[in-house]
Design a protein around this ligand. Structure first.
Ligand code: ZN
Length: 208
């Protein structure tokens, strides 16, 4: 597996999700990063999440991996060869407190196992991705469904913005934002991440 370098995440990239958390629709892309220790695989096994810092929310997202160093003018279809689905786990009460105080989100977004990835699959191109919904099931019930054509900032804008402000190179991954429907997870709950009808990954939650 290609080594993962930087982990960038887009916040508030779907209008309905921004609304559900009472956030304004951003006028420029809004990004944060996670440490590499946050990575975990949705390979069917258990994912350990914190138990003592309030609710942990799931956020299912399309994740793209950059295959070659960025150069201005390169398209997403040229830069991206692989994609996965991911869960940007979030300590929601901690995040609300940080927001209130105007502090960075790292404590709420950067804990171990907070960046869950399915297996990677070949990236079929932006046009093809627009034709497929991604979704999250919790205990067999759909809780989130999204489509990247509903993004406020499209993949090209996110890629160009990331390159300009942080640098973007081979191995970097980007969590591209979550659609509406986020909610809490508890021990024993089963999560499945679907691309269309295909399950790309699954995990069982353990908090403790
Ligand atoms: Zn997110």
């Amino acid at each position: 597996m290609e080594t993962i370098r930087n982990i960038y995440c887009v916040g508030r990239n779907y209008a309905l999700h921004a609304h559900e958390l009472n956030n304004e629709i951003p006028t420029a892309p809004f990004l944060f990063a996670k440490p590499s220790h946050a990575l975990a695989q949705a390979d069917g096994g258990e994912i350990l999440l914190p138990a003592d810092r309030g609710p942990v929310h799931f956020e299912v997202e399309l994740v793209i991996q950059i295959a070659r160093d960025y150069e201005q003018g390169k398209s997403v279809d040229e830069l991206v060869e692989r994609m996965a689905l991911g869960i940007d786990f979030t300590l929601r009460d901690v995040q609300s407190e940080l927001k209130r105080k105007g502090l960075p989100w790292l404590l709420a977004k950067g804990f171990p196992n907070s960046a869950v990835l399915t297996k990677f699959v070949p990236f079929p191109g932006v046009e093809s991705c627009n034709a497929v919904d991604f979704s999250l099931k919790k205990n067999g019930e759909h809780v989130q469904r999204g489509n990247i054509k509903d993004m406020i900032f499209d993949l090209q804008t996110i890629v160009d913005f990331s390159a300009r402000h942080f640098g973007l190179g081979r191995g970097d991954i980007i969590f591209t934002g979550t659609p509406a429907g986020v909610g809490p997870v508890e021990s024993g709950e089963r999560l499945e991440l679907l691309w269309g009808e295909e399950v790309l990954g699954a995990c069982t939650i353990k908090r403790g």
